[in-house]
Design a protein around this ligand. Structure first.
Ligand SMILES: [Zn+2]
Length: 330
């Protein structure tokens, strides 16, 4: 005698098995198919400099056609040097700014590009918030120079993005970019010393000037205890850097004396088309790199790969770049 399960029960069991199999399959599929997160990496990096808290803030990255923009060299040499580093032109380039909390004041050095250069940049405000601060907490903004990728974040649609901040800028730099006469002489275009750069600078500064929040300084000056501006002309005529010092520790924020880390440390004679005076910019770069190497200074740069922090040693006719060792920031 064979033991036969009644037909309706067999059908019910088969349906149950099928359901279990489908459930298992779905679970496996769900496990394998976690969607790509697609969120960017956090764009801030924090460390202590004596009693000051320093936060490097990333404004984004942008592909720069450096083989075309770098001067006092050849595209062949640039492409070869990039290939030696497994890179190519256009080169993905960082745009960095630096926040200093002195314990009593919050000071931002440069502001990123804001909405001037498309959605790949303009992330400084979001990264500032991710780092634990809001734009309204910023007391002061110290500007290295007035190119759009350094001041663009100040203003959106004629509105101040940092409503409680004063803006410190070298008077020579301010006068240069706000001059209608200089703009009239400039060629058409949107980069370096071209008309578009003047137009942008005027529009960005206007609400701060109107609110009485722009406080120019004369070249070398201590802007607040532990933060001193120094002359660094060449990239622009009023370009400055800032030497930050707390409890004997020093950091030099050098602005745009360098744009392409893989090329200009090794050969600081290479210049870039955005320089107002490329010969002067070259001499200033060599002078500052020599000082950084001789004094073992930590320095921060706007376009060196994020967080843009490291030191230099002299090597051959140029310099060797030594990025900071990673710190989780406790
Ligand atoms: Zn720049």
């Amino acid at each position: 005698m064979t033991c036969q399960t009644p037909l309706p029960r067999r059908l019910a069991l088969r349906a149950l098995y099928t359901l279990l199999a489908i459930t298992l399959l779905l679970q496996c599929a769900a496990h394998a198919a976690a969607p790509l997160a697609r969120t960017p990496a956090p764009g801030f990096y924090r460390f202590m400099l004596g009693g000051f808290e320093i936060t490097a803030l990333n404004d984004g990255t942008l592909g720069l056609p450096v083989a075309q923009f770098l001067t006092n060299t050849t595209p062949e040499k640039i492409n070869q040097a990039l290939a030696d580093h497994y890179l190519e032109s256009p080169l993905e380039t960082s745009y960095n700014a630096f926040l200093v909390n002195t314990g009593t004041r919050l000071i931002l050095i440069d502001t990123g590009a804001g909405n001037l250069f498309g959605p790949r940049l303009g992330k400084l405000a979001a990264n500032l918030k991710a780092s634990g601060y809001t734009p309204s907490q910023v007391d002061e903004i110290d500007i290295t120079h007035m190119h759009g990728d350094h001041i663009g974040g100040l203003t959106t649609d004629e509105t101040m993005n940092f409503p409680n901040a004063i803006v410190r800028v070298n008077r020579r730099e301010l006068d240069y970019w706000l001059s209608e006469a200089n703009m009239a002489k400039a060629p058409e275009g949107n980069r370096g010393d071209q008309k578009g750069s003047y137009r942008r600078a005027m529009a960005i500064m206007a609400p701060y000037i109107k609110a009485g929040r722009v406080r120019p300084f004369e070249g070398e000056a201590e802007l607040s205890p532990g933060i001193r501006a120094y002359q660094s002309a060449g990239h622009t005529s009023g370009h400055v850097g800032y030497l930050i010092e707390s409890q004997g520790e020093r950091l030099m924020v050098v602005g745009d004396i360098i744009h392409v880390a893989t090329i200009q440390f090794e050969d600081p004679t290479v210049t870039i088309a955005f320089d107002s005076d490329s010969r002067q910019a070259e001499q200033e770069r060599i002078k500052e790199f020599t000082r950084i190497a001789d004094d073992g200074l930590l320095f921060a740069a706007a376009h060196v790969p994020f967080p843009g922090l490291g030191r230099l040693r002299t090597k051959g006719h140029g310099f060797q770049w030594i990025p900071v060792n990673y710190s989780a920031g406790q």
